[in-house]
Design a protein around this ligand. Structure first.
Ligand SMILES: C[S@@+](CC[C@H](N)C(=O)[O-])C[C@H]1O[C@@H](n2cnc3c(N)ncnc32)[C@H](O)[C@@H]1O
Length: 222
């Protein structure tokens, strides 16, 4: 992974910052089979929960969490450097409604996310694993989409964006074949510029390269 540039985004007075440990979840989360997380206890309130899978440097989450203090957010990211970077960013913005978790999203969802608990799951620019022999590593497979469906509450949504045409086809096929999902308009975003869909770092990089994007949003209706 290339070294991370310093995060130069403006932040409030550093005396107001949260300690990093308040944002970055420890080893007791993420890989504990059978220990379902109590989100209300984790955040200290019963507000709805949204998860971003592959939250990278946290650009999407920082904007969304600032705009929606009525929602709790978890960013799941398995690259350690990105996790620390994102958690530091949330702490500097004093965002008490965000937690960053370093783990494999599929393992966390399978073992620790309560059934019917999530308002929304965001998956932006998931790794496309373009080589045929690596397709099995793609996150969005029938098994995982079933797990996502189980984790969402009725009315909950999944929003996905990719730049990879072949993966987009797979995503559409797999997600729309999951019983109980219906397509909905793409959810409103907060940090995105006019020409952007979600305003993540990868989207910005790919816009500069002139790439085309494919998005899909579905709601769990049963
Ligand atoms: C292409 S990057 C996109 C990052 C960010 N969403 C963006 O759009 O800028 C994909 C990210 O997902 C993370 N990732 C991929 N699979 C994951 C998994 N199973 N669990 C957690 N993170 C994952 C990678 O480490 C990487 O940071």
């Amino acid at each position: 992974m290339p070294p991370l540039p310093l995060d130069n985004s403006p932040a409030p007075d550093q005396r107001d910052r949260l300690p990093l440990e308040a944002v970055l979840l420890g080893q007791e989360f993420g890989e504990q089979e059978g220990q379902v997380v109590d989100f209300a206890a984790l955040f200290g309130n019963p507000r709805p929960v949204e998860i971003e899978i592959g939250s990278g440097k946290g650009t999407f989450l920082v904007h969304r969490a600032k705009a929606r203090p009525d929602i709790n957010f978890i960013g799941i990211e398995w690259a350690r450097e990105y996790c620390t970077h994102a958690a530091d960013r949330m702490a500097r913005w004093n965002l008490a409604n965000v937690r960053i978790l370093r783990t494999d999203a599929e393992v966390f969802f399978r073992n620790q996310v309560p059934d019917g608990s999530l308002l929304r799951v965001h998956i932006y620019f998931p790794d496309p694993w373009p080589k045929l022999r690596h397709h099995k590593r793609r996150l969005i497979q029938p098994r995982f989409v079933g797990i996502l469906h189980r984790a969402l509450r009725i009315g909950g949504e999944v929003a996905i964006v990719t730049d990879h045409r072949d993966y987009a086809r797979q995503i559409e096929w797999v997600v729309l074949n999951q019983r109980g999902f219906a397509t909905v308009p793409f959810p409103r975003t907060y940090g995105a510029e006019e020409n952007e869909r979600v305003g993540t770092n990868f989207e910005r990089k790919y816009i500069a390269q002139g790439r085309r994007f494919y998005d899909l949003a579905v709601m769990k209706w049963r």
